[in-house]
Ligand binder design. Structure first.
Ligand SMILES: Cc1cc2nc3c(=O)[nH]c(=O)nc-3n(C[C@H](O)[C@H](O)[C@H](O)COP(=O)(O)OP(=O)(O)OC[C@H]3O[C@@H](n4cnc5c(N)ncnc54)[C@H](O)[C@@H]3O)c2cc1C
Length: 301
């Protein structure tokens, strides 16, 4: 078992890295734990939209470097549980049991699956979750994007630079995406919007060849020919390892107070895993700072 740290941060997306930076700047011994590579959801976004601009991987790499220079250690492992151990908190992972005075949960979220026939079967054979990575493979082909929020709008615009036609299928009659993204979608020369429509199945043989779509007002389901299918229908929190003592909202997101304290003393939650998170990188940075401040106050109280 390793020496106890002041702060153990689960997840090194932009929230976790921001928390680590601030915690180290406050003089706290800090360790991060990451299941995959650092950067989280924005790693594959080449052109960020919003107040923080540039490429997601560049921003994550710059933060990583700062955190590394400040002396953070990273455990490359998946957190499996958090429990109280006398005066400490114990986080168990596939790399062992780690003690800390405080824990910041910054484990973010993953893209929600539609759960329709063909979606899992054609994963990486036409079904993709990364427009920036896979867009160039669909040059002059037809692709289908599903969703009505920022991610769907942003990724449809990325794909429109490569694809012959982007079909954007949205079950609602209005977009939830921010207005400047909606403005760019409307009247776009190679984006066709299918309002009040739902994809029922992904069809193909060795790879995707079409999707079956039902329009709310249409008489029967029809097909859209496509070789690429990109669902962006929201996020689900990555918090299976978090104990029941940390309360959730109806959508499974972690509940905190304004100082990002959960119901479990010494455990804080920030970023995309948290109920009430604003959704953008500027919110990740701000919440990382608040969680580190709260952890610092807890230790010094
Ligand atoms: C497609 C898409 C495009 C976006 N584009 C923009 C944009 O242009 N501008 C903008 O401002 N925002 C954008 N966002 C929003 C932005 O991505 C989020 O606000 C931000 O990334 C949330 O960061 P996070 O650190 O809270 O979570 P995440 O980015 O999800 O990071 C969580 C990290 O925790 C790790 N983790 C999870 N579970 C465990 C575990 N059990 N143990 C250890 N590690 C674990 C994950 O591997 C991950 O690295 C976009 C989001 C999406 C989905």
């Amino acid at each position: 078992m390793s020496q106890p740290h002041d702060v153990l941060i689960i997840g090194t997306g932009i929230t976790g890295l921001s928390a680590a930076k601030h915690s180290l700047q406050n003089g706290l011994s800090t360790v991060t734990m990451e299941a995959l590579l650092p950067g989280g959801l924005v790693t594959n976004v080449n052109e960020l939209d919003g107040e923080i601009q540039g490429s997601g991987s560049d921003i994550a790499a710059a933060l990583m470097l700062e955190v590394h220079k400040l002396g953070a250690k990273n455990i490359n492992a998946t957190a499996a549980s958090i429990e109280r151990d006398a005066e400490m908190l114990a986080v168990t992972s596939d790399a062992g049991r780690h003690l800390a005075r405080t824990v910041i949960i910054a484990s973010g979220a993953r893209l929600r699956r539609l759960g329709i026939p063909g979606e899992a079967e054609f994963e990486d054979r036409g079904v993709s979750h990364c427009a920036d990575c896979d867009g160039p493979f669909y040059k002059d082909q037809n692709v289908v994007v599903v969703g009505g929020g920022d991610s769907a709008a942003q990724e449809a615009l990325v794909l429109s630079e490569f694809a012959r036609q982007v079909h954007l299928v949205h079950r609602g009659a209005n977009f939830k995406a921010r207005q400047h993204l909606v403005d760019r979608l409307t009247d776009h020369p190679n984006i066709v919007i299918h309002w009040r429509a739902q994809v029922e199945a992904v069809l193909g043989d060795r790879s995707v060849r079409a999707v079956r779509v039902r329009e709310a007002d249409g008489p029967a389901a029809g097909e859209i020919s496509c070789t690429g299918f990109f669902p962006y229908v929201g996020l689900e929190p990555s918090c299976e390892f978090v104990p029941e003592a940390v309360l959730r909202d109806a959508g499974g997101l972690l509940l905190t107070d304004a100082n990002l304290r959960t119901a479990m003393p010494g455990v804080f939650a920030a970023g995309a895993v948290r109920s009430g998170f604003g959704g953008l990188l500027k919110h990740s940075v701000a919440e990382g700072v608040t969680a580190a401040e709260s952890a610092c106050a807890f230790i010094r109280s």
